[in-house]
Every structure is written in structure tokens, then in C-alpha cells.
Design a protein around this ligand. Structure first.
Ligand code: FES
Length: 129
């Protein structure tokens, strides 16, 4: 292969790769911009509030913590509390109010969800995709 031909092919491959990376970056930016915010009403008097895909835990009036309500075993929605334990209705996994498993089959902690607190209303906002 001649040097000139080699340079043409190499330039074409590098240009294609750069364009591919650019396209992927634009896709990621678009996904970030289209992320929706979901408002979670926050009742400070409730220790645990089940709100669809989220569980809001407020231990001892401290700063609330938001968990995904999807069990880390097979993804069932946790919607039950017994004492200070969150119970998965599917296979009986139990989690403490820090999201840590106390009884299997789930062995991973519940996923914490980042949120923002509205200063005026006190409600919580989580980002969804
Ligand atoms: S899905 Fe929760 S224990 Fe199996």
C-alpha cells in the first residue's frame, strides 16, 4: 500500500471515530436535558412513606433519605413496613430503615436516590429518566 493511500484510510477511520464520539456525546447530553423531575410530597410526621417507585424514610426527624422501592432481589416493589423493617411482598426480603438487608434472599442494600428539597414547600424532588 502506498503511503498516500494509507494516510487517506487512516484519516477516514479517525474522522469516523471522532464523529461517532461526537454523536454519542450529543445523545448523552440530550438524555441529561430530558431527565424529568418528580415531586414527592414530604410529610415530616411519617417515618416511612411509600410513593410509587420511591420510599421516603425520615428517621427521628433527621434529614430524609429516598430509596428506590424496587427490591434488590428481583425488583418487586416494596410497599410494606413491619415495625422498623421494610418488607418485600414477593419473597420476604427485609431491609432496615438504612436500606440494608436484614433478611434474604436480597443481599444488596436498597438503592439510594439523590433528591433535592424545596425550601418553601419542603417537598422532595427526584430526577427520573
Ligand atoms: S423480589 Fe424482593 S425478595 Fe424477591
Amino acid at each position: 500500500m502506498k503511503r498516500r493511500t494509507f494516510l487517506k484510510y487512516t484519516t477516514a477511520v479517525i474522522t469516523g471515530f471522532v464523529l461517532y464520539l461526537w454523536y454519542k456525546m450529543l445523545q448523552m447530553r440530550q438524555m441529561t436535558l430530558t431527565a424529568k423531575k418528580l415531586l414527592l410530597p414530604y410529610d415530616r410526621t411519617k417515618k416511612v412513606a411509600f410513593q410509587g417507585d420511591y420510599i421516603v424514610v425520615n428517621k427521628n426527624g433527621n434529614k430524609p433519605v429516598v430509596f428506590s422501592s424496587h427490591c434488590t432481589h428481583l425488583g418487586c416493589v416494596i410497599n410494606k413496613k413491619e415495625g422498623d423493617v421494610l418488607v418485600c411482598p414477593c419473597h420476604g426480603s427485609r431491609f432496615d430503615l438504612n436500606g440494608n438487608p436484614v433478611k434474604g434472599p436480597a443481599y444488596k442494600p436498597l438503592q439510594k436516590v439523590p433528591f433535592e428539597t424545596d425550601k418553601n414547600s419542603g417537598n422532595l424532588t427526584v430526577k427520573t429518566t
